[in-house]
Design a protein around this ligand. Sequence first.
Ligand code: GUN
Length: 292
Amino acid sequence: MTLLDGKQTAETIKEEIAAEVEAIKAAHGKVPHLAAILVGNDGGSQTYVNNKVLACERVGFDSTLIRMEDSITEEELLEKIEELNNDANVDGFIVQLPLPKHIDTEKVLEAVNPSKDVDGFHPTNVGRMVAGLKAFLPATPYGILQLLERYQIETKGKHCVVIGRSNIVGSPMSILMAKNAYPGNCTVTICHRHTENLAQFTKQADILIAAVGIPEFVKADMVKDGAVVIDVGTTRVPDTTRKAGYKLKGDVLFDEVAPKCSFITPVPGGVGPLTIAMLLKNTLSAAKKEVY
Ligand code: GUN
């Protein structure tokens, strides 16, 4: 069994980005600039956004964190987005999800100019990805592709089973794995909460991608011997022995499943660090005008 070291892979990608930033700076005197809007005080979202801003500093990007109260109106958020759309100084920006219930997430994501949509959540980028055109790919699926590629895992003709169909992970992942590309060319099955006899499908997976958000949901008897298992889960479970007061748990019961696998991602240190690295990669692409 080989551990897919997302932390190390993310470090390598960030080093590659930092080297490019130096070259851009020398040539143009300007560095890529990522802005992030964070609405409210959700603990997980604050950690993610802070990590994104820190990662920007690490690779030499400019970054701006815009914090807004939970109580802001949808109009106020849309105005801020318009401001960033028109700010020539900002190459890309994200609106951290989830948003408060009184705000229409779809409307907000559609307000982002696709050319600055480094999360790849705008319908234009989703459509372009599906059509095989240049697009910003959502960071988590993009990170998983990087892991498969950098560990040279064979995907052609393999059966990839994705558990979860979210707009952020499951749906785009399933589309990308079926594409005529490497990594890709898989036969893909998407499972979700209404799938009957889930294990019957997961046991057939050569590549199993778990993105359900239920800690330790995937047990050993659901996994085929020699499978590649990618765990996207990062649920916070209370743990009083830790300073943070919680522990991150994946969607896979790691200790039981790992011995059966050819490759598996740990949690933490698997997919999570890649997500941030690929957001930076998209921001670099935006600054270099590689997509639009
Ligand atoms: N919430 C959970 N994942 C993500 C992500 O990749 N981007 C944003 N903006 N919000 C998220």
